[in-house]
Design a binder for this molecule. Structure first.
Ligand code: ZN
Length: 414
């Protein structure tokens, strides 16, 4: 908590040309509607457009040091070249292999493109120092400052290459504070998970956080990663990229901690295998847990059991979307008109379950953790599994939640 205050205090340094890391408070009034995010919001078509992704990931893989024995996949890429990569087979389905690479990224390879597969031991994860070195060599347009604070590796891509010693020290100090903030977020996340008694796995790969000082550099990078299809890069505040396993932030959207916390929780959820990447876990669950930690964005004090003063009232007003919509499908999250209410409802459903249905919640999370990468669930299966595990119908929860939430919000205000 002390850390949060320290970071906030450094606001004035931002204007003095120091490190532009999370620094200023902004009142809720007049804040623009939250921009949607990438993690967990990819359409199935985008998820399964692997050839183009291969090109990018193979380009990155080319600079990785040798990682010893591994499954070897040889495939033909977009350009018609034959390429070989090493990785662990993390899942197979819908005509695609999900191959986990040594840096924690996942390569989606269409089965038809694979010409040869040799089964070997999975590769050893890259060390934090190897990942740090790779990051320093990846971004050539700006200067890259890095720091390792395990399990995190943070990289600040600066807007300019040249700056004086004093500015350099300020940027490094800002990066150090940010690294500690992520470690605190991890501690907070783990303590919440412990209270739910849901088993989690240790983080197996260095967790990369990329921070761009310049919006133009961020947007170029975001366009490369997201393809600019579902969401224009200029509308992305920050994102966690399932494929590269990188959390990507822009300084101009770090006026408060909400983006950082939200995306940081996504990164924890996937790296601790609470959800397998590309598994059919409903978006409401993934977004419910991430929004649950946001709090007011000013500190890391909140957790999903605390009624949120932004999402709570929004959920009560969000009549366009109900629990049945988000339990049965993910479509609402992808629609510009319904995304806002869907996020609010996802927060509300997650809050209701982890506060009022704790044992059932833990059982549901365990069920979600067992979902396999690249499997598919239809709407009926989703609803049936949900209702059987929670022991109530979606309709009953719909009738119940508003009064419980109103009461909790009133109590919080007192
Ligand atoms: Zn999210």
């Amino acid at each position: 908590m002390q850390l949060a205050r320290n970071v906030l205090k450094s606001r004035s340094r931002r204007r003095a040309g120091g490190v532009s890391l999370p620094v200023s408070r902004r009142s809720w009034s007049g804040r623009p509607i939250r921009r949607p995010r990438v993690a967990g919001r990819l359409t199935p078509a985008a998820r399964l457009a692997p050839i183009r992704w291969c090109v990018r990931l193979v380009a990155l893989a080319a600079i990785l040091p040798s990682i010893g024995f591994a499954d070897e996949f040889t495939f033909t890429n977009d350009a018609g070249d034959e390429v070989t990569v090493e990785g662990r087979l993390a899942g197979q389905g819908q005509g695609v292999f999900a191959v986990e690479l040594a840096d924690g990224g996942v390569l989606l390879l269409p089965e038809r493109a694979v010409t040869k597969r040799v089964e070997k031991e999975p590769p050893e994860a890259l060390t934090h120092e190897q990942v740090e070195k790779n990051l320093q060599e990846t971004f050539v347009d700006g200067r890259v400052l890095t720091i390792v604070e395990e399990p995190y590796v943070l990289a600040l891509v600066t807007a300019r290459k040249e700056f004086d010693e004093r500015t350099l020290r300020k940027k490094q100090a800002g990066l150090t504070k940010l690294a500690r903030l992520f470690v605190s977020l991890e501690t907070k996340f783990r303590s919440f998970v412990r209270t739910t008694r849901v088993p989690v796995k240790p983080v197996a790969f260095p967790l990369v956080v990329l921070v761009f000082e310049s919006d133009a550099n961020f947007e170029t990078y975001a366009r490369m990663v997201t393809g600019d299809k579902d969401l224009p890069a200029r509308n992305i505040a920050g994102f966690y990229d399932l494929r590269s396993n990188h959390l990507v932030l822009r300084v101009s959207e770090m006026d408060d901690y909400r983006t950082l916390i939200h995306e940081g929780v996504h990164q924890q959820v996937f790296n601790r295998r609470i959800i397998e990447k590309f598994s059919p876990v409903p978006v409401w669950f993934n977004e419910g847990i991430a929004t649950g930690f946001e709090g007011d964005g000013e500190t890391l004090r909140s957790d999903p059991k605390i009624p949120n003063e932004v999402y709570g009232p929004r959920a009560l007003l969000a009549r366009q979307v109900d629990f049945e919509d988000i339990v049965r499908g993910d479509g609402m999250f992808k629609s510009a008109a319904f995304a806002g209410p869907s996020y609010a409802r996802a927060w509300a459903l997650h809050w209701l379950l982890c506060t009022k249905y704790r044992a059932q919640y833990a059982k549901y999370v365990r069920l979600m953790s067992a979902k396999k990468s690249l499997a598919l669930d239809d709407a009926d299966t989703r609803q049936k599994e949900f209702e059987e595990t929670i022991g109530k119908s979606v309709e009953e929860l719909e009738r119940e939640y508003a009064n419980v939430l109103r009461l909790a919000l009133r109590r919080r205000k007192r």
